[in-house]
Design a protein around this ligand. Sequence first.
Ligand SMILES: [Zn+2]
Length: 216
Amino acid sequence: MKYVTAKTAGLLACHACGRVETRIPSATAQHCTRCGAVLHSRNPDSLSRTCALLIAAALLYIPANLLPVMHTSSLLGSEDDTIMSGVVYFWTSGSWPLAVIVFIASILVPMLKLSVLALLTITAQRRSRWRPDQRTTLYRMVELIGRWSMLDVFVVTLTVALVRFKSLAVITAGPGAIAFGSVVILTMIASMQFDPRLIWDNVEGSTQKPQDLKHD
Ligand SMILES: [Zn+2]
């Protein structure tokens, strides 16, 4: 049993207008006959772009957690807070629900997103046939979380600022906040660059049993 994809059938879909064209094998760069956009059967350089963005995000994840995300100065003195010191403060001061929220939104979720995208990129690069269904689900989850990504930044800055300093205080973002924002944005772009069809390219037409290929 072999699944026919647009790629194996020699068809190309236009990313701009959706028109489906027949691939001309001799053409180096084929243009859409309706809107003129360049046609690609997969996102161009999907894996190398995703990989580069992920490496940049992973490197920035270090200063995002080590450098202070906010600097607070009030009449009582000034203080620098990293993400983790904010979590620890909430935990020890008894507001553990806030500690859990900040921990999940600002430490756990970005780390999971980076790990999942790294897993998807590596398995696609190695032409893995390992659990394509589950890998597609993971990709969908990352895409779903991506819409809420900016929430991470707001959760950290606002909750820490509001709860910790009810009195008059001047709060400014620290260098960690820039690094953290960059991690969020780079991860978002990385998930956009990843082409989920690459997960299936090595499964389609493979020697798997028909019952393993129950999807469309
Ligand atoms: Zn077009």
